[in-house]
Design a protein around this ligand. Structure first.
Ligand code: GLC
Length: 445
């Protein structure tokens, strides 16, 4: 069994740390602007102007089953959809607002279709819910608000009552957790509790954290309906899940206060934007995408990879190609991801590789991110512990031998300890076998 233990939390994370790989979906009327989900903030778009997206929103090519199939094919085991993003637009039929999808030309409850389709494919279902709301009339202005620079901002801000908005959030979260069956994850987003140099007229100094959101109450509401649901930390209260975003952690994420290892999930994009962005061209290569998944699991984390569907409701060709890269790799290498975690500390990844290990400790996976033609030396792995080794991609045997210890390190040895510690040498073909980041599956005795 893996020797790593994480901090105990209220939600059920057992399935989550097994499944490892999920799909994030950012969808909303900002997909029509097609220039970032924060477009309303970036361009300080007046409400009346933003309304044109609402009035014309009609993702006629949307088919939840296609989304669910694409996620499943890519090897993803769960999904999290933006039920409401910062612009306040709701993808579900909420009774407490008119600013919702059923009032657009599309007219359907997209959240309902999403839940049904993903469940039908056997995926776990999560909801993202934005704490920030740039549409709600009671949400106080702050440095992230689209109206922050308006000449009449102080008047606009006057009388906004956060307690009314906090209640609205509890009502909506209650709807989300009662109207759609069992929900597995609630992904709240996000808080900025730090003081900053806000103009005096801005309420709360412009900070938004657990006191303003009334996070204790919000989370109590959630737990009273769904005690085991996984909740992230972004309501400024530690819950089940830590969520580093848009960077690659290099070690197991820890609770900053206690130093304990925690359950964590890196959230990443294919191209830098979460919402559909037509003219964004920093799309990650297939190799990078695979490495991101492997790197994450190799230090005990999950990866949730984002897709921003077009405003017509489908995944564009770039997103589809990125998902296909995962599909091809996961089809044969999924075993090195599901039910796997960071390798035991006794195993140190040889240069150019990453390691994952099955939770039961019986299989070690060597991910060859840089292909070492001819042979791979694995100092610290005693050949007598190896029962069998194969390439995971095609189940072809990888022969190995114990390296005889030598007193004198040879010049080409990057790691000179390899001459003294027990070392296994895996014999590899000169040319990398087909597929990115090949994996050697080592059955341990
Ligand atoms: C951020 C952004 C946001 C995105 C989210 C995903 O906090 O505000 O647009 O939804 O991260 O992690």
């Amino acid at each position: 069994m893996s020797s790593y233990k994480t901090k105990k939390t209220p939600g059920n994370t057992a399935w989550f740390t097994h499944d490892r790989f999920g799909m994030f979906i950012h969808f909303g009327i900002y997909a029509m602007a097609a220039r970032h989900e924060w477009v309303k903030y970036y361009e300080s778009t007046p409400e009346a102007q933003y309304q044109k997206y609402f009035d014309h929103f009609d993702p006629d090519l949307f088919d939840a089953r296609e989304w669910a199939k694409a996620a499943k094919k890519a090897g993803m085991k769960y999904a999290v959809l933006t039920t409401k993003h910062h612009d306040g637009f709701c993808l579900f039929d909420s009774a407490v607002t008119d600013y919702k999808i059923t009032n657009t030309p599309f007219g359907r409850d997209l959240v309902k279709e999403y839940v049904e389709a993903f469940r039908a494919e056997g995926l776990k279902v999560g909801f993202y819910y934005s704490l920030i709301d740039w549409h709600h009339p009671m949400f106080p202005l702050d440095k992230f608000h689209p109206r922050r620079n308006d000449a009449n901002a102080p008047e606009l801000d006057r009388g906004r009552d956060m307690t009314v908005y906090a209640k609205y959030m509890r009502d909506q979260v209650t709807e989300l957790l009662t109207n759609y069956g069992k929900i597995d994850i609630l992904w709240l987003d996000w808080s900025y509790p730090e003081e900053w140099n806000a103009p005096e007229w801005m309420q709360f100094g412009g900070t938004k954290g657990k006191d303003q959101w009334e996070s204790e109450k919000l989370i109590a509401t959630v737990r009273s309906i769904a005690p085991e649901i996984i909740i992230n930390n972004r309501a400024d209260l530690k819950q089940d899940l830590w969520t580093p975003e848009q960077f690659q952690p290099i070690e197991w994420v820890k609770d900053e206060e206690t130093g304990e290892k925690v359950v964590w999930e890196a959230c990443q994009t294919f191209s830098g934007s979460w919402g559909y962005y037509r003219d964004e061209f920093t799309w990650k290569s297939p190799e990078m995408l695979i490495n991101m998944l492997v790197n994450t699991v190799s230090i005990g984390g999950n990866l949730i990879m984002n897709v921003g569907p077009t405003s017509r409701g489908y995944f564009d060709h770039r997103a589809t190609e990125a998902l296909d890269a995962y599909a091809a790799w996961m089809k044969v290498n999924g075993r090195s991801i599901y039910g796997c975690t960071m390798a035991e500390p006794e195993f140190k990844a040889p240069e150019g590789t990453k390691l994952t290990q099955s939770e039961d400790g019986k299989r070690l996976y060597i991910h060859l991110q840089t292909y070492p033609f001819g042979a791979l030396q694995f100092p610290g792995l005693d050949a007598s512990r190896v029962e069998y080794a194969q390439f995971l991609s095609d189940g072809s045997e990888v022969r190995y031998r114990a390296k005889a210890p030598s007193a004198v390190p040879s010049d080409h040895m990057a790691d000179r300890s390899s001459c003294t510690v027990p070392t296994t040498v895996f014999v590899l073909p000169t040319v990398r076998p087909y597929g990115l980041s090949p994996v050697i599956e080592v059955f341990l005795k």
